[in-house]
Design a binder for this molecule. Structure first.
Ligand code: HEM
Length: 617
């Protein structure tokens, strides 16, 4: 069947029998009805087939879990020994000592325990089986893989205890070990005193005036993406949106953190004309090499990169080393350039200091007289580059995927954007009015939290709910499970931005009592929450203002895979077409950074309360 010169895909068969995730099945079936070309009844039928298959899969897994396949059997040896000794009249002091020595908290309930085989989860993102196990074992359980054991937390009150109420008793554990090679002692992996000092230095750099100034940067970068999409539409080409979003957010974060223009949306053309571009494209490649390595390491059961000799001869590891060297050189250079700028400038440093030529976080830190080694500064910049890049790219990817599945949400979104923006670029004032746009992103972050799990290690013995735990426990807080808990969320798997009333507060971990953690919570909450929220609102609004998005015909299934964030396995291939109504070309009335920025002086006072407010309403 042909339409507008493009082939309409056949309805693909839903996944038969293998363990695909819920969303994967929905995708397979519903992708085909995206364009409104399938009759509604077929869509409904497909949905019910999907539901049946899903139920069948869940029932099979539940039966396996119920049969004890995953349950660890304990001998209760210590209890038996204690009982036996007590029958023979052993003194109570000795029994107490025995309890302490064995570490057994015999008087407390035991954390439910499941064992897993790495084989069982290799074929899919690890947070999917964790969800199934959570439905059986509850809000906290222990998962054992051979000699390794993890506590999986999906209970909001336990998450709140770890992240907020007793956060000082937890470190980043495995995460810090994995990320050390690239982030060193940057803010995400750092713990203790280094974290406290660096957080105090960095948070002020993301003040309200800075974040507002970034609105025009977001607009300019998204405009570059729009030009690419425009070209693709003119050429009748489909586009792979995930990689474009990755480039968009890399361009934004490079400029925002250390005033470096990766210009990656331009540099993937392969037309390298000047030396500068050669440098830029090498840098982009180096950044991606390092990012992919960080993601690979986060899902490898064995730290092969630590194996002596191997780490020096493996071509991949050598490439990673070379990439890191290149990035470090560039960062050192940027730091040196920025230091010179700061020395020469006459601006007095104050709380909401901003250099309009270079409003970057690096510039703020140096101007503030931040007394820190170059290595630490590099670690912090690299951390923010990674933290602010992959997360936002993933949010945009899954938001557009979800929108393409729900044409009614898309048209409501476009109505709002048309009425608020018309054909203008968004300003800070507009972002406050784009309430439905914000709700769409809130909901996307609920269904696809980035990252899907938070990692911690206990630094001392503690109580998690009614269960005692020992120092040194590795803990995964599954944000995925919290965000999809069927007890807490009505129709938990459904993309339904309407669940967040427009006149209600912007949802965050505080007003949702830790059932919703899009940016974490407690002292280690994301420092870029406001930045990211504005960035996503601007990008989504500008894209749907100008284009319609639907899945490309014959596109591969959209399936999930995971590193630090949730990626698609084969990209998000879309057909992007210019909208006919309303007029699509913007008037280019955007505030500019160098000069009198329209957005800078008009920030709402409420933005200052950053602990409570992620996105202005
Ligand atoms: C939509 C985009 C983003 C999402 C979903 C996101 C999510 C998160 C989450 C969940 C955490 C908590 C991690 C934990 O507790 O283990 C976090 C921490 C962090 N994020 Fe973000 N983030 C985003 C964007 C950004 C941006 C743009 C920046 C930088 C400008 C940034 C910088 C950081 C830093 C430095 C931390 C560590 C804070 C600390 O440990 O004190 N993030 N982020």
């Amino acid at each position: 069947m042909e339409e507008s010169g493009r082939r309409v895909p056949e309805m693909r068969e839903a996944d038969g029998g293998d363990r695909a995730g819920t969303s994967r099945r929905r995708l397979v079936i519903r992708c085909c009805s995206l364009n409104g070309r399938e009759p509604e009844s077929v869509d409904k039928e497909a949905e019910s087939v999907q539901r049946l298959l899903e139920e069948e899969r869940r029932a099979k897994l539940s039966a396996r879990i119920a049969s004890g396949e995953f349950t660890v059997q304990r001998s209760g040896f210590i209890s038996l020994l204690k009982n036996g000794l007590s029958k023979f009249g052993a003194p109570s002091g000795m029994l107490e000592l025995l309890s302490q020595w064995t570490g057994a908290h015999e008087d407390y309930p035991k954390i439910p325990e499941a064992k897993g085989a790495i084989r069982a989860i290799r074929s899919e993102p690890f947070f999917i089986p964790l969800y199934e196990l959570y439905l059986t074992y509850g809000g906290i359980f222990r998962l054992t893989f051979g000699p390794k054991s993890f506590l999986i937390v999906s209970d909001p009150s336990i998450a709140k205890h770890i992240l907020r109420d007793n956060s000082k008793s937890y470190s980043k554990g495995i995460l810090a070990e994995i990320l050390e090679f690239v982030m060193g002692k940057g803010l995400i992996p750092a713990d203790g005193e280094i974290w406290r000092v660096r957080r105090r230095a960095i948070v002020p750099a993301l003040h309200q005036k800075y974040v507002s100034a970034m609105i025009s940067l977001f607009g300019q970068a998204t405009d570059r993406l729009c030009q690419k999409l425009d070209e693709a539409d003119s050429n009748g080409e489909d586009v792979e949106m995930e990689s474009l979003f990755s480039r968009l957010t890399l361009d934004i974060i490079g400029k925002a953190v250390f005033n470096y223009d990766f210009d990656s949306l331009t540099n993937d053309t392969g037309i390298v004309e000047v030396l500068l571009l050669v440098l830029d494209s090498r840098t982009v490649e180096a950044v991606y090499t390092v990012l992919r390595e960080a993601e690979d390491r986060s899902v490898q059961p064995i730290p092969f990169w630590e194996i002596p000799i191997w780490k020096d001869i493996s071509p991949k590891q050598r490439k990673v080393k070379a990439s890191l060297k290149l990035i470090n050189e560039i960062l050192d250079n940027l730091i040196a350039i920025c230091k010179r700028m700061v020395e020469e400038e006459e601006l007095q440093f104050h709380e909401d200091y901003i250099n309009e030529k270079d409003p970057s976080i690096l510039h703020f830190l140096l101007a503030s007289g931040d007394d820190v080694s170059s290595k630490q500064l590099r670690d912090d910049l690299m951390t923010m580059l990674i933290a602010g890049h992959e997360t936002s790219a993933a949010v945009l990817t899954w938001t557009f995927f979800l929108l393409s599945m729900e044409p009614s949400v898309m048209s409501k979104l476009q109505n709002e954007v048309d009425s608020v923006l018309g054909d203008r670029f968004p300003t800070i004032e507009d972002t406050k009015k784009l309430k439905y746009t914000t709700r769409v992103i809130n909901e996307s972050l609920r269904l696809y939290p980035q990252p899907p799990v938070l990692i911690r290690r206990s630094l001392e013995d503690d109580m998690l709910g009614k269960y005692p735990i020992r120092r040194g426990e590795d803990i995964f807080i599954s944000v995925w499970n919290l965000h999809r808990c069927p007890k807490h969320w009505e129709d938990a798997d459904k993309f339904n931005p309407e669940r967040w009333p427009l006149d209600g507060p912007n949802p965050n971990e505080t007003n949702q009592n830790f059932s919703y953690l899009p940016f974490g919570g407690g002292p280690r909450k994301c420092v870029g929450d406001m930045f990211a929220s504005f960035e996503n609102v601007v990008a989504v609004a500008m894209l749907v203002q100008r284009f319609n998005f639907e899945m490309a015909l014959g596109a591969p299934r959209v399936e999930m895979t995971t590193g630090a964030t949730i990626h698609t396995t084969e990209g998000l291939n879309m057909r992007v077409t210019r909208r006919i109504k309303p007029p699509i070309m913007p008037e280019l009335e955007m505030p500019v950074l160098n000069g009198n920025s329209g957005g800078l002086s008009e920030v709402e006072p409420e933005l200052a309360q950053r602990e409570e407010i992620a996105v202005p309403l």
